[in-house]
Design a protein. Structure first.
Length: 336
């Protein structure tokens, strides 16, 4: 039986505006990742993906605040830990984060090696510089990164190289969980492939034990992750294996995401792109029922009033909708 690296139970976090309004960007989210596995999280901009990523680290900066739920990493519950304890004992070793726009995360006045030195000494202040340098050289060699980049500034590196260097820095202490927040965005296709290959190699070599890969493109996750979750308006609306989620999405929102993107796996046959009408709800006052109801062409009156739990079926598969799986599949088949 595989070991659970990360388990999240009912996590709820919110932003508090300057008018003291609560915005629940992550609303009762639960998930689990086993050792050696990767989880993809997809959804359009504003659905809560990045807020979930920040929340999972247990380190909160206003206006983001923790409200409830558990974050358990390798059996250790980090929920409610003091910020100093999280920074010293959790970040970098238990869980690491590659932010959006990681290419711009490096201070242009400092050399790459200095970033690695800072990360290592934050956890072991007595570590000597020679040992840290050898550690950095070893890791860069293992990942196929040129050693001379350690002595360079970020402005001397290409966009793809900067992204790969940030990944190497973030994982220098071999975290048990790596969160990659759209690590391949803003890169050309060749650089995207290099970044994805690098992340896969790190998993294979045991540099990281498990990974969460966040993007708005469902098809991309098919080639990167084992399982996928789709987020909408702060909630998980569907989850399943990567193959199931890409080729047999159940929730109308998941299906809408897939139909709005060209999928290479579909071959050269005609594929008509479709947009999802409307906009996500205001999370200051979320709808009482299904949060996707106002944009869903399959919605019935009860969808707008009934609170919807996650419906479990077929093992790890689950979705949040008022319609049965059989009904939705019949409707989809009829449309095709």
């Amino acid at each position: 039986m595989s070991k659970t690296m990360l388990e999240v139970k009912g996590l709820t976090t919110k932003y508090i505006t300057r008018f003291h309004e609560d915005v629940y960007a992550v609303d009762h989210v639960s998930l689990k990742i086993e050792e050696g596995k990767s989880l993809g999280i997809a959804g359009e901009s504003g659905c809560g993906k990045s807020t979930l990523a920040l929340s999972l680290m247990g380190y909160y900066f206003p206006p983001l605040h923790y409200q409830s739920g558990d974050i358990i990493i390798d059996g250790k519950n980090i929920s409610g830990m003091k910020p100093d304890d999280v920074r010293k004992n959790v970040l970098g070793t238990e869980i690491a984060y590659i932010p959006q726009a990681a290419m711009n995360a490096l201070n242009p006045t400092r050399k790459i090696y200095k970033f690695i030195e800072d990360v290592v000494k934050a956890h072991d202040p007595k570590q000597d510089e020679k040992t840290i340098l050898e550690m950095a050289k070893s890791r860069f060699t293992e990942l196929g990164l040129p050693l001379d980049s350690l002595d360079k500034h970020a402005v001397e590196l290409s966009g793809g190289m900067k992204q790969r260097v940030v990944i190497a820095i973030s994982t220098i202490l071999k975290p048990k969980v790596l969160i990659a927040d759209e690590p391949s965005s803003a890169l050309d296709v060749t650089s995207q492939k290099m970044v994805i290959k690098m992340l896969r190699d790190m998993m294979d070599r045991g540099f990281i034990k498990s990974m969460i890969f966040i993007t708005h493109e469902l098809p991309l996750l098919y080639n990167v992750t084992d399982n996928i979750m789709v987020m909408y308006a702060g909630q998980i609306v569907e989850r399943g294996s990567a193959k199931e989620m890409v080729f047999d999405p159940i929730h109308p929102y998941s299906r809408g995401l897939m139909k709005s993107i060209l999928v290479p796996e579909e071959g050269m046959r005609e594929h008509k792109l479709a947009a999802i009408p409307g906009t996500p709800p205001n999370l200051k006052k979320p709808p009482q029922g299904c949060r996707f109801a106002e944009r869903c062409k399959y919605a019935v009156p009860s969808c707008r009033f009934n609170s919807l739990p996650m419906i479990e079926f077929e093992g790890e598969r689950g979705y949040r909708c008022g319609h049965s799986v059989q009904h939705l599949r019949e409707v989809y088949q009829h449309e095709e």
